[in-house]
Design a protein around this ligand. Sequence first.
Ligand code: GLC
Length: 455
Amino acid sequence: MTESKRADIMDSASDSKEELYEHLPQWLKDRLQWFLDLKFGFFMHWGPYSQWGCIESWPLVEVDEWARPDTLRPWIERGKDIERFKADYWRLNETFCPREFDPESWAKIAERAGMKYLAFTTKHHDGFCMFDTATTDYRITHSSCPFHTDPRANVTRHIFDAFRARDFGISCYFSKSDWHSPYYWWPGAPAPTRNPNYDTAKNPERWERFVQFVHRQVRELMSDYGSIDALWLDGGQVRPPKQDIRMAEMAAMARELQPGLIVADRTVGGPYENILTPEQRIPDKPLGYPWESCLTMGNGWAYRPDDEYKSTRVLIHLLIDIVAKGGNLLLNVGPTPQGALDPVPLKRLEEIGAWMAVNGDAIHGTRPIAPYKQGNVCFTKKGGRVFALILAEDSDEMPPSNLRVEGICPSEGSAVTMLGRETPLEWTRDGDGFRVSIPQETLPCSHAWVLSFRV
Ligand code: GLC
């Protein structure tokens, strides 16, 4: 299939996405099925910007005023002077010193929460490298950053190692756009938007230097940081014709170094967007193509001291909703500038973990099954088993004592059990579904309860 045909299909309805999936090489299908088994990942946005408790990178873009609200103190303190503000943002590397950095504790917590993979921002759009690159001084291991003397200064390495030690899949977030690079935002002219501030067609040498710079960084990440499962490329504006990063060449290089690498050239479409990555939203139905929703536990990707976090119940319900539609949830928490996790998300992760300890079987390694979601009941399947995941309504602490499940029915003679309880439940067929009596005492968990049966 030609690349333009692929791109056309990516933009259209889900039926043709299924066709696109069918045409992928078998090795990639195998890798994507492996990825879909993981279901629940931990996303971490972290960089010097966490010191300001601001949105990551975006306040640097003049036209993106939404990223500099009047509640942002560093913005107000600088009299809303964009030049002063930008100059000081660029200098945040000089005070970034996360002495509490302890990636083993992050990995342990994420594992207990039932997460199976990690995605970390090795470089966000502001260009600050959280890894030991030879391409720029704007990096955590350079003498301009006080953390460079710490034995763990190359934080990307220590984060990837700590999670890999617990069998996590590793997804490397990397921004193709780089607002610190003089080959992207040329210092000789104003840079009001997220795009290069020069005409790349008229200055092909400058753009070529940018391409080389990005390829070198990706080569470093794919060479020196152990086994990587996915390269998650943000900065979707970086695409042909004006910002051609030579994706085919870059992906070939990355895959030579990391055989089996999944590439997520997000929003670009075509052969290097191996997974779709809906952001802060959940599709209405299965997409017919591997996908992962990235959602924030709080309101933003980066740490904010005053952030408001979603409740444990909401988070568990989001996970179930996503998995019932065949996707993965990549749930983001931003560490503090000191390198710790805030107590509120820690508590949420503990509580999600308590739920997953009972019900993880209905999440990990499952696939969607029609009717996916009926009212408050979601479905997943694994082998010959189907799981009905009953979402608690509002503030209910218990499932209904007599529940009608629509659209799916256990096979004749199948036991219906609740995960976390031994005794089978009484059930009877009812139209296209079934009725089941649910005990109200000794419930194994809160927020959502799972029935398991054969169909
Ligand atoms: C959006 C944000 C970006 C963030 C990403 C994560 O693209 O603009 O800052 O890194 O989402 O999905």
